[in-house]
Design a binder for this molecule. Structure first.
Ligand code: ADP
Length: 248
């Protein structure tokens, strides 16, 4: 279990300490602590009901926990929420695009909401679309894109303000196998380029042996380390099932 947040850890990445959350009598998260460093792809793997969406909601301040500590790129989310959220990019589970706007218009709208300087917006949009191989689709309506390209567009949008930490809540839900592979590869590339990535999933095939793996089950972290070391000689799917199977 991670120790108290050190000065070094606090300068980058994502750090969570002792975070708990209840919906009435139901405990959704129970004293969760974790660290994700810059340049790291961290898979938060958990079955349905594990608490993944609750954690994302707390990290994005949709929900506020009574205690615990969350730091985003060194900023305390409770004490300095604006600075913390300015360094955070988020791809939510439910698509949040305006299908009647073009790709570029969707991104420009988000840029305005974030208060990005108008003069910088076109250049930032082009750079974000280039990163995702979406530049040639910029003037198409979102409605004309397939599911994989819509997801990539949401990813481009989440990167527009140049965040240090990127959260993705089950971002492959509803995508076909090729689109899943493509978006998983893209986000690994972003981590290789220095971004701190937290990717939630219940699918073991999205997790690579070299990824940082956090296993969440019934609101608690069951495992925290490098995937290949955690699973040993057991396929991750078997390992995960054996750890998270609910006893009858
Ligand atoms: P996951 O995203 O891993 O599927 P959630 O964070 O959605 O898990 O849910 C964690 C637990 O909290 C589950 O037991 C779920 O039933 C419960 N839960 C989630 N949202 C609510 C809510 N609004 N009210 C009551 N219980 C909830």
């Amino acid at each position: 279990m991670p120790e108290a947040i050190s000065a070094q850890e606090a300068t980058g990445g994502l750090s969570v300490r002792d975070l708990s959350f209840r919906y009435g009598a139901k405990t959704a998260l129970d004293a969760v602590s974790l660290d994700v460093t810059p340049g790291c792809f961290c898979a938060l793997l958990g079955p349905n009901g594990a608490g993944k969406s609750t954690l994302i909601a707390l990290l994005t301040r949709l929900l506020v926990a009574p205690g615990g500590d969350i730091r985003i790129a060194g900023h305390d989310l409770r004490a300095a929420p604006r600075r913390a959220l300015a360094d955070l990019g988020v791809v939510f589970q439910q698509p949040t695009l305006d299908l009647n706007l073009t790709v570029r218009q969707n991104l420009a709208y988000f840029a305005a909401l974030h208060g990005l300087p108008r003069a910088e917006t076109p250049g930032r949009i082009d750079a974000a679309l280039d990163r995702l191989g979406m530049r040639e689709r910029a003037d198409e309506k979102a409605r004309a894109l397939n599911g994989g390209h819509r997801r990539r567009m949401e990813l481009a949008r989440a990167l527009l303000h140049d965040p240090k930490v990127l959260l993705l809540d089950e971002p492959t839900v509803g995508l076909d196998a090729a689109a899943r592979q493509s978006i998983t590869d893209h986000v690994h590339d972003l981590a290789d380029q220095g971004l701190c990535v937290l990717w939630t999933t219940h699918l073991t095939d999205e997790v690579r042996d070299t990824d940082h793996l956090l296993v969440l089950h019934q609101g608690q972290i069951l495992a925290d380390g490098i995937t290949g070391e955690i699973r040993g000689d057991t396929p991750l799917s078997d390992w995960f099932l054996s750890k998270t199977a609910v006893q009858a």
